[in-house]
Design a protein around this ligand. Sequence first.
Ligand code: AKG
Ligand code: FE2
Length: 325
Amino acid sequence: MPELFKESFKKYKSKCPPPDFSEVINFGSKSSIQIEGVKNGKIVNPVHLCGLQPVSQWKISEIENNPGMIHVVNPFTDVGHRYWVCRALSSYTQRPESKLSLDGIGDLQEDEDWWELCTRDAFRAKHLQPGLRWATMGYHHNWNTKIYSEEERDAFPGDLAALSQCIANAVGYSDFCAEAAIVNFYHKNSALAGHTDHSERNLEAPLLSFSFGCSAVFLIGGKTLETKPTAMFLHSGDLVIMAGESRLCYHSVPKILPTSENLSEEVPCCSPCKDCCCILDADLFTKCSDNEFWEPFKKYIEKSRINLNVRQVLYPGETRLISET
Ligand SMILES: O=C(O)CCC(=O)C(=O)O
Ligand SMILES: [Fe+2]
């Protein structure tokens, strides 16, 4: 059987000839297959949290070939959009709670702050900025063994857990608990090969994936590499939920595009609402509408893409992994 997934990956990754994007679904455009989330019964809880638009305004789509995969066109408010970009770059890269791809290779000392250096030291930033490929939080993803463990676990950021829970709740997963995340950083020629995410003990819980910065082509196929994948654009602010059957399907990112969408030049200053000010970093939320403060973040996402990939690891009611002996 031909590995149609790999063929598509190669096609979209190719520089020469440049890929033909005519079959790539663009959910933001009017012509995409649109499912009325509310009418369809997908939105079961009209939750609202600072940084998100009211759920009634979300543009939700499902893909015919991939039941369980939900795409939401940028559900964030303008200030919320900025807030999560700032958090990803300046907070989710903080050690020791996060582990970084740069750890242990000598480019960044243990007591150095990656984002602070990127914004303060232009010389080192040249190397350090594109050098960071991933950060892990909560249960740290082990890139070699792909096995989570209690020994490799740190606290999960409260704001990202609240955001993820709120979104999962909105689409019908009321007991979602964010316990592990990978922050992927992509640059011009980066790609992520086809894979499935199956390390989590609980594979029934959805996986949430947030995109920020440069647009990308995302492929989602079936449970084997023989299924031809569906290609779609992921733009800044877009949300993908891999639930149900799609949770264990092959997916990849063959192409990062040089442009980004959905970023507003002017964002009115606002503070988090009463319900959210103790969940979000209220000071950061207020600051990020200031264009001078926003400038280095904006510069970063004009050239790169950030993906926040959030997973639940345990079953509801469990508090830890029991290692098998
Ligand atoms: O960057 C993306 O959109 C997907 C990332 C992903 O699949 C992963 O981290 O497992
Ligand atoms: Fe993945």
